[in-house]
Design a binder for this molecule. Structure first.
Ligand code: HEC
Ligand code: HEC
Length: 196
């Protein structure tokens, strides 16, 4: 039952992606920068956001940014007013903006409590977070970069994914988050933030 639902959700997102790539011009980071002017107030021109509750976008995989913007625009994901902000973006705008942010240098590693970071590293290893998010949690394909991300943002998102308040496109991240305690989540967030 769960599997069937997951497959349907994947089919839904694939359909979205296909509709977003058919007949498309190649992503243009220069055009993307011009289109991202309204984003700079919060995510900054260099992709390092202005406050801990706003995610860094620098060096995020372009497909991850693209999918998230499509989810906000479709109101499947909500938060930070992003649903309203994305309403006016075309598929081409989204691809161009994603190309712009993806090319920027990654956010710097953040220092934190050494015990928490070590605990987070151990949990990440035991839970195979890197099998999807990459060896240094730098993200890949449609899967977000966690390295150098704001720990406050990561904590909120992990709790939202765990509770189901934030939808995830294929159910895999929901399963990964379900067994985590609040303490685990805080340790994982510190560890991810400490990477570059
Ligand atoms: C008023 C501040 C603000 C503005 C302006 C803004 N954002 Fe956001 N953005 C946020 C917040 C806050 C979140 C986190 C939402 C949540 O809690 O889920 C977010 C989330 C995102 C995410 C999800 C990142 C991830 O790792 O999942 C992307 C991508 C994004 N914004 C892109 C943009 C783009 C592109 C623009 C301009 C068109 C933009 N944002 C404008 C505040 C803003
Ligand atoms: C089977 C693959 C897989 C595994 C394993 C996995 N993730 Fe994810 N993760 C994803 C996908 C896919 C998304 C995007 C979900 C969406 O928005 O649809 C995601 C999203 C996230 C986000 C939100 C990022 C953002 O920028 O908003 C965080 C935080 C996260 N994962 C942390 C973790 C941690 C910590 C672990 C290990 C406990 C983990 N993930 C294990 C696939 C995985």
């Amino acid at each position: 039952m769960f599997k069937t639902k997951a497959i349907l959700v994947v089919a839904f997102f694939n359909a979205l992606l296909v509709s977003a790539v058919v007949n498309a011009a190649p992503p243009d980071p220069v055009a993307g920068k011009a289109k991202a002017q309204t984003c700079f107030a919060c995510h900054s021109e260099n992709g390092i956001s202005i406050s801990p509750d706003i995610p860094n976008l620098a060096a995020q995989p372009p497909l991850s940014i693209t999918y998230q913007l499509i989810q906000f625009r479709g109101q499947q994901r909500k938060g930070g007013g992003m649903e309203a902000i994305t309403m006016i973006l075309s598929d081409q705008d989204i691809r161009d903006i994603a190309a712009y942010y993806a090319e920027l240098p990654a956010p710097p590693a953040k220092s934190g409590n050494a015990d928490k970071i070590a605990k987070g590293q151990q949990i990440a290893g035991a839970q195979y977070c890197n099998s999807c998010h990459g060896p240094q949690l730098q993200g890949q394909k449609h899967i977000a970069r966690l390295a150098g991300q704001s720990p406050e943002y990561l904590t909120t998102q992990l709790k939202n994914i765990r509770s189901g308040a934030r939808i995830d496109m294929d159910g895999t991240m929901g399963s990964a988050a379900r067994g985590l305690s609040d303490e685990d989540i805080e340790a994982l967030a510190s560890y991810a933030a400490s990477l570059n």
